[in-house]
Design a binder for this molecule. Structure first.
Ligand SMILES: [Zn+2]
Length: 420
């Protein structure tokens, strides 16, 4: 996920503050917290076992099966997987409106990446050990603690290990869940666990749209076919005009041309050329308007190069024209949580209770999907500290995990209206 900070929301409600203090002082919740404190070696074990199972984008099956078995062992109800590989288990009545706690199972690492997962003292090493080993371990830890302590609460808690958060996965796991009307109506709050730490609350979804723009022409010999339209020139002209599009400072909106490819040799007119473009904004409207400028820039470039080619080439030697295509290779919707949303008030009251300092931030996470649908969702860390995300040197330090687990437990219980 990528992050930037935003303005702090309104102040914490005193009633809610008292409710959290009351909840934290109940014998059941105290028992759950004590249990969480005593289980760190089990948590590190789960985390390493999981990290040893490769989970590249579109290849999460073995890891999701592993999680399904853990859910069954713990005793969650209605444990099952859906058609894309998301795993579900419920604590409480599976048919009632619920609070969802989710963590993505996939990593950015392609199949065949050497994993070499290991522990040295409080540190775990290995690709994916923190992102999202930290989040998925917290998911299991909370399920286990709730089943252990049997804290009564009004709303059921739905545990989800989902696929497809990273890169080309393009949030496909969450998208699948929220395209199912049953879940869309049933999930009242969604707490997403992603990565390590306790110092952030992602409440604003950074949207992105990614395109592959392809221009094609007849190609030819650089000397004898001179004049034929050139796809590389089309892209160059499109980039030149698109990159001059004026952007608002707020809501922040950006673009990047990240990859350009095309042609075969210096003495051939290319038959095709392509580029990859990334568009981001917190506003859907701004993303749509920037996408429209990209389309216009490409269409105009095709027309200009066609006209220029017609001038270059003799009427007898007219070649076939240019074509172009704009393929969507990524689409993450933007969205934003209402400042007064209960989920935001609850997590802030929990942080105040725990003396934890966290900043409200904007990022691209699984929470983009519920947030873009106007649902209440946040993304927070699974505790500890981590580094080297998306590299082979990734690490996670278990110190501080306990604070995050208490934070998640209190948040989920307050949202599920625990009877305190
Ligand atoms: Zn992640």
């Amino acid at each position: 996920m990528s992050i930037s900070s935003r303005a702090e929301p309104s102040s914490i409600l005193p009633d809610l503050q008292q409710e959290i203090a009351r909840l934290a002082a109940t014998p059941d919740v105290k028992a759950a917290c004590a249990w969480l404190r005593s289980q760190e070696s089990q948590f590190a074990q789960w985390q390493m076992e999981m990290a040893r199972i490769p989970a590249p984008p579109f290849g999460e099956t073995v890891r999701s099966e592993w999680l399904r078995h853990r859910f069954l062992e713990l005793g969650l109800r209605n444990v099952h997987s859906d058609s894309v590989g998301n795993v579900f288990g419920v604590e409480g009545d599976p048919d009632k409106p619920c609070v969802a706690l989710s963590a993505h199972l996939d990593t950015v690492f392609p199949a065949g990446t050497p994993l070499n997962v290991r522990q040295e003292g409080s540190r775990l090493y290995g690709p994916g050990v923190s992102d999202n080993g930290a989040g998925s371990t917290a998911l299991l830890a909370i399920a286990a603690a709730l089943l252990h302590a049997r804290v009564p609460h009004a709303l059921p808690i739905l545990f989800i290990g989902n696929v497809g958060e990273e890169g080309e996965g393009d949030l496909r796991g969450m998208r699948h869940i929220f395209s199912d009307l049953r879940y869309r109506d049933q999930i009242l709050y969604n707490v997403v666990l992603d990565g390590a730490g306790t110092d952030t609350i992602v409440a604003e979804a950074l949207g992105s749209r990614r395109f592959e723009v392809i221009a094609r022409g007849p190609g030819g010999h650089s000397w004898s076919d001179f004049g034929a339209p050139n796809p590389i020139v089309v892209l160059a002209k499109a980039i030149q005009s698109f990159s001059q599009t004026s952007l608002p400072a707020a809501p922040k909106t950006t673009f990047n041309i990240g990859v350009i490819r095309g042609g075969t040799s210096v003495n051939s007119i290319p038959e095709s050329a392509s580029m990859r473009v990334d568009i981001r904004s917190t506003s859907m409207a701004e993303m749509e308007s920037l996408e429209a400028s990209l389309r216009q820039a490409v269409e105009r470039a095709v027309q200009e190069e066609t006209a220029a080619s017609e001038k270059r080439i003799s009427a007898q030697k007219r070649s076939f024209g240019l074509s172009h295509e704009m393929v969507v290779i990524g689409d993450r919707p933007a969205g934003e949580l209402d400042r007064n949303a209960r989920i935001l008030q609850v997590i802030r009251a929990v942080d105040a209770h725990l003396g934890n300092v966290a900043q409200v931030q904007r990022a691209s996470t699984d929470a983009n999907i519920p947030l873009s649908l106007g649902r209440e969702a946040i993304a927070i860390g699974g505790g500890g500290t981590g580094g080297g995300a998306h590299t082979l040197q990734e690490w996670f330090d278990c110190n501080g995990r306990e604070l995050a687990l208490r934070r998640i437990l209190l948040t989920v219980l307050a949202l599920a209206r625990a009877i305190s």
